[in-house]
Design a protein around this ligand. Structure first.
Ligand code: URA
Length: 198
């Protein structure tokens, strides 16, 4: 079995384990768990907030309007979804797409950390302030978006981070959309810089 196939198998096991074990109350109202999706050998992992209606129905992250926008930005930097890995802080849809509550994030955190450490990307990209604040609770996305952040966490193997505005928030806001697209275009160079350091 090659390394990629083996990692796919382990991710499936992690998801199966946490689907049973996760105490998140959102399980009661969501249709299903929305697992991370993409290349288990990805150099970049994107972390969103929580599944929305389309994601809840299809069981795949970022498949609605925000996901379409994300795909377009990936294309701009000559990448496809199959090249990256996309997941969420919270694996179940909050009712009416409300913000996930602290307890719901806490209950899904170990699941997220386990998948991140298996993939072991070179760079973790936050999609929006919720995922950014989960790692950098005192920062403001308006101040740190588009900048490479380096921080060593005891329980996460990756120590390079980059925050973006959430595609859903930027979709219908002209200036935020422009900022997001400009920040997104920095990703290939940011990745090269990280690889040069290693
Ligand atoms: N927004 C998110 O944060 N995650 C999704 O999966 C879809 C929309």
């Amino acid at each position: 079995m090659n390394n990629k196939t083996n990692k796919e198998k382990i991710i499936a096991e992690i998801n199966k384990k946490w689907k049973d074990r996760c105490k998140c109350e959102l399980k009661k109202t969501a249709t299903q768990a929305v697992f991370g999706n993409g290349n288990p050998d990805a150099e970049i992992v994107f972390i969103g907030e929580a599944p929305g209606k389309n994601e809840d129905e299809q069981g795949i992250p970022f498949v609605g309007a925000a996901g379409k926008f994300l795909n377009e930005m990936l294309e701009e930097i000559k990448m496809k979804r199959e090249d990256v890995y996309i997941t969420n802080i919270v694996k179940y849809r909050p009712p009416n797409n409300r913000d996930p509550e602290p307890k719901e994030k806490d209950d899904c955190r170990e699941w997220l950390h386990e998948e991140l450490n298996l993939i072991n990307p070179k760079l973790i990209v936050f999609l929006g302030r919720h995922s950014m604040n989960d790692f950098f609770p005192t920062e403001r996305i308006s101040e740190i978006h588009g900048k490479l952040l380096i921080k060593k966490f005891v329980n996460i193997s990756c120590n390079h981070f980059f925050a973006l505005y959430h595609p859903a928030a930027a979709l219908y806001n002209g200036s935020m959309r422009e900022t997001l697209m400009q920040d997104f275009k920095k990703l290939p160079k940011v990745l090269e810089k990280i690889k040069d350091q290693n």
